[in-house]
Design a protein around this ligand. Structure first.
Ligand SMILES: [Zn+2]
Length: 146
């Protein structure tokens, strides 16, 4: 997921549990670094559903709760995971096997964030729930491809 997806998730979950202090930047940043490898989009929505169904209170260790539920999602959706890893693809000059890897430097947090998007040119990994971006879109977001 990317940093703004995580921010939205945080806002949503804090408001669900009536928690007011969801804006400690350094804590959010530490949390984000632990779980940024997990896809956003529908996966994150489903993690939100699972957490709010299961926890009476705001999870004490939010990244751990998110990771646990990512594991639950993976075992509940084996066919999506299989497709994601087989990513057979060739011939696109914009990406690496259908993935665009890039870094966005967060001025606010002074930390580079790594992101992965589905290549918007060949769309080889479109079936996953990751965001789809072209090289142009990435650079408009301030991302640097690596
Ligand atoms: Zn491509």
């Amino acid at each position: 997921m990317n940093s703004w997806e995580f921010e939205n998730f945080l806002k949503k979950i804090c408001s669900y549990y009536g928690k007011k202090d969801g804006n400690d930047k350094s804590r959010n940043n530490l949390h984000f670094n632990k779980i940024s490898f997990i896809p956003g989009g529908q996966v994150l929505d489903s993690i939100f559903e699972q957490i709010t169904n299961e926890y009476e209170y705001f999870p004490r260790n939010l990244p751990k709760a998110i990771k646990n539920h990512w594991g639950v999602w993976q075992s509940a959706n084996p066919e999506k995971m299989k497709k994601e890893s087989s990513g057979l693809h060739s011939g696109c000059s914009f990406c690496l096997k259908g993935w665009i890897h890039f870094v966005i430097y967060s001025k606010m947090l002074r930390i580079p964030y790594r992101h992965v998007s589905v290549c918007g040119h060949c769309r080889a990994n479109e079936h996953t729930n990751l965001p789809v971006h072209t090289v142009d879109q990435v650079s408009r977001m301030g991302g640097e491809i690596y």
